[in-house]
Write a protein that binds this ligand. Sequence first.
Ligand SMILES: O=C(CO)COP(=O)(O)O
Length: 274
Amino acid sequence: MFLGKEVRLSRIVNRKSGRMLAITVDHPITRGMMPGLVDIRSVMKKVVAGSPDAITMHKGIAEKVFAPYAGQSSIILKASAYSVQYHPTYDTPVADVEEAVRFGADAISVGCIVGGPDQAQQLTFLGKISKEAASAGMPLVAHIYPKGALIKDQHDAQVLAYAVRAGAELGVDIVKTMWSGSAESFRSVVDACPSIVALAGGEMGETLEDYLRMTREALDVGMRGVTYGRFVWSHPHTSAVIKALSALMHDDASVEGALRVYDRALEEEKDLQR
Ligand SMILES: O=C(CO)COP(=O)(O)O
């Protein structure tokens, strides 16, 4: 491995735990203007205050919103975008490795949708950016989701195993995908992938405890990263949620232990407001 890649990876994958806690704010192009992300400046402030290892964002947000926090968290530069409404199976390139270097990013991240009509193009793009990232010593993260007419169940473990393995085959360092619904089934997803497997938070609507439990179960079967978005920044206490996740990921806390960390973080927030 190039030394540059090793140095950058060590900034986003916690040395003590060997795991990555990343938060993503890259949703607007994909999903439209979600209420929780309208005030991106205040979201960024709360996310940074939670001290995640890294934050995934597009280049304009890095330059206009993240800049005051430079050095406080790593940037994972998002370099592609799809649209749930207009092109749901085509994640199109919108940035490149040279820009990731220029923004001081510690990784570049792209989406790749497999199982849909655009799979060939998606894999060609992933293979190309994998080559470019490797030659710049830039770690590559890929959000690999199965989607399209042939995919009957996006959360099926066999389908997810195919997706993460496709990423590993093409040199992705951290492959992010969806939860398969149970620890037992997710073990087969992790086992199929020699790269780090990371989890997306997914649809909203569960309680904080549910998300913490999913994370705990996935960690217990070998998952080594998360890149969570919606349930974190739409929560009224974003920083406290990130601190609870950090306890799970980096201190190997139980769900109950992480909830105690959350409660303490809320008390500290109240003290600061007094
Ligand atoms: O990967 C995502 C956006 O990049 C989705 O993250 P969430 O599902 O946690 O919102």
